[in-house]
Design a protein around this ligand. Structure first.
Ligand code: ATP
Length: 191
């Protein structure tokens, strides 16, 4: 499951858990992006990586990969999947994304190569229609999951306005954000 995870929240975790159950997966690998090619202001990748480690620590089925944070330059999913394939040559790979992301896949780099590297699973997300968006069901599966109207953008805005993010993100992530002063008004003004 690729994502910016700025910060990781319970919407991400529920999506991963539901897909793991429905598709009988052995493991869900969370892959925080290095430099997302579509987003300009993102927190340092080490912060996003560590928050992802904290959020997933209690689930033995969840792991976190550094392939994207350690690769220089913009992150493209085709590179993510190639690196994971090299590390796990015998694994059957699935790429988990939300309904909003699947609408955009057609514009991703080397889209035709993606289908050889992994099968895509798109999960429902409040505010977005879950559909194949013109893609083939040979390449993409759709899964309805419990609706959690949480986004990282909203979490960041809440912190910057002094509102709590308890219960929207895991407890350890709330503490990490506070300890490092992430998303505070001051930090936001400095961007
Ligand atoms: P931002 O608000 O900064 O754009 P985000 O909340 O969309 O962030 P990402 O890290 O960009 O979080 O998302 C990673 C993946 O998780 C994407 O494929 C996204 O569609 C999916 N996702 C994020 N939040 C949810 C949610 N609440 N329900 C289902 N899928 C989600």
């Amino acid at each position: 499951m690729g994502g910016t995870f700025d910060p990781i929240h319970h919407g991400h975790l529920v999506a991963a858990s539901e897909v793991a159950k429905s598709f009988d997966l052995d493991e869900v690998v969370f892959v925080p992006t290095g430099q997302p090619w579509q987003k300009i202001h993102v927190s340092e990748s080490e912060h996003r990586y560590l928050m992802t480690v904290i959020a997933t620590a209690s689930n033995p089925q969840f792991t976190v990969s550094r392939v994207d944070v350690d690769r220089k330059g913009a992150t493209y999913t085709v590179d993510t999947l190639r690196d994971l394939r090299a590390q796990m040559p015998d694994a059957e790979l699935f790429f988990i994304s939300g309904a909003d992301a699947v609408e955009q896949i057609i514009g991703w780099k080397d889209v035709e190569k993606l289908w050889d590297l992994a099968h895509f699973i798109a999960v429902s997300r409040p505010g977005h229609d879950l559909s194949l968006s013109g893609l083939s069901s040979d390449h993409v599966s759709l899964l309805e999951i419990p609706a959690l109207a949480i986004s990282s953008t909203d979490c960041r805005e809440r912190v910057s306005r002094g509102y709590p993010v308890w219960y929207l993100v895991p407890d350890g992530v709330v503490q990490y954000i506070a300890k490092h002063g992430l998303y505070s008004e001051e930090a936001t003004n400095n961007e």
